[in-house]
Design a protein around this ligand. Sequence first.
Ligand SMILES: Cc1cc2nc3c(=O)[nH]c(=O)nc-3n(C[C@H](O)[C@H](O)[C@H](O)COP(=O)(O)OP(=O)(O)OC[C@H]3O[C@@H](n4cnc5c(N)ncnc54)[C@H](O)[C@@H]3O)c2cc1C
Length: 369
Amino acid sequence: MSGSADVLIIGGGPAGLSTAMHLHALTPAIKAIVLEKAHHPRPKLCGGGVSIFGAAAWRALGLPWPPPVPHVPVGTVRFSYHHDIVTLRHPEAVFTVFPRVALDAYLAHQARQRGVTLHEGVTVHRLRRRSNDWDVLTSAGTYHARIVVAADGSRGTTRNLVVDRKHSATARLLESITPSNGQWVQARQAVFDFSAVSEGLQGYTWTFPLDDGARPACNQGVYDARIARQAPKARLPTLMQSTFPHSRPPQGHPIHLFSPFQRFARPGILLVGDAAGADPLFGEGIGPALAYGQIAAQTIAVAFRRHDFRLRDYRRRVLTSPLGRYLTLRWAVAWLGYRLAPHRVPMAVIWRIAHTLAFFANISSASPR
Ligand SMILES: Cc1cc2nc3c(=O)[nH]c(=O)nc-3n(C[C@H](O)[C@H](O)[C@H](O)COP(=O)(O)OP(=O)(O)OC[C@H]3O[C@@H](n4cnc5c(N)ncnc54)[C@H](O)[C@@H]3O)c2cc1C
């Protein structure tokens, strides 16, 4: 199955598929291959929540929103801190929850329909720089390319060729999917509970309604950004057990987080999706992954037009884009907020600000356009 391409994209999740689809739409003459170690539909631990930002990034692919995959449009989101509750409402959806396996499989199918080459069941083992090109050593032989896109997610190792560990933070998550009586799905409600910040959690516990088309369930979990790396670690399994005593045994997975100070590219290689970094405040990564893909495709198209593969422009393009502004704001709030959150007075101030923001957001989403 091995071969040569202009661009090799390692990973067939939202970031890799979005890069390939945007690149194919912009410049079909550039030959790109996506290498994916699994086969869609492939398992992926995820809350499956896609925000309004994510919906816009999805539409930018020219795909219908919402996609024809089972989903729950969440109309009410409660953010709680002990007994204090901030409520956010939207007549359509504050965000939409999908069974992640089905969402990614739909995206992979759409990518193929549009002519994207996706080689599934191919694991990338190692990359070797050979003059101006890359040798990509895989379970299916050696591939060659001018540009490599690292879209191999938070557990991928390709980003080690680019990022500086000093600016790299990794969030810890536990998640459990438990069948429910349908109450959460009918109510179209989700909860983010920040109470455990007093116990050192740099994040929240969540409950999302989940409908996979077969039976309703709850997606529950705990997110710990670990953005203040020196602080003692919260005990996630204990927190999971005390918050959700009836949930099934959880599974864990990390998320590599965005920092505006990190590198996003080196000559011939660029990062997208979790490899580049997800939102540090909530751990949102699906929408950002899709948006990184669009910027990466534009950068690659320009590189081939100019025959300049240093990819120097990519960092500026990311940071000055709506994606860069979205992630930088979330990074700043997480960086400061999760450091101050264990202290009572600063947390009370943060919570007042959250009340005010939610008040104005609810007014603007309720008013007729
Ligand atoms: C518990 C949990 C809950 C989450 N909840 C949400 C949520 O509700 N909303 C949200 O927006 N985000 C959420 N996220 C984050 C979200 O899942 C990620 O940000 C998103 O999947 C990033 O997409 P990606 O394409 O960069 O990476 P991935 O989706 O991880 O895709 C990477 C792909 O690369 C492949 N791959 C890896 N290594 C190799 C290799 N060596 N060779 C070939 N292929 C390889 C993998 O098989 C995979 O298909 C959650 C994450 C976790 C862990």
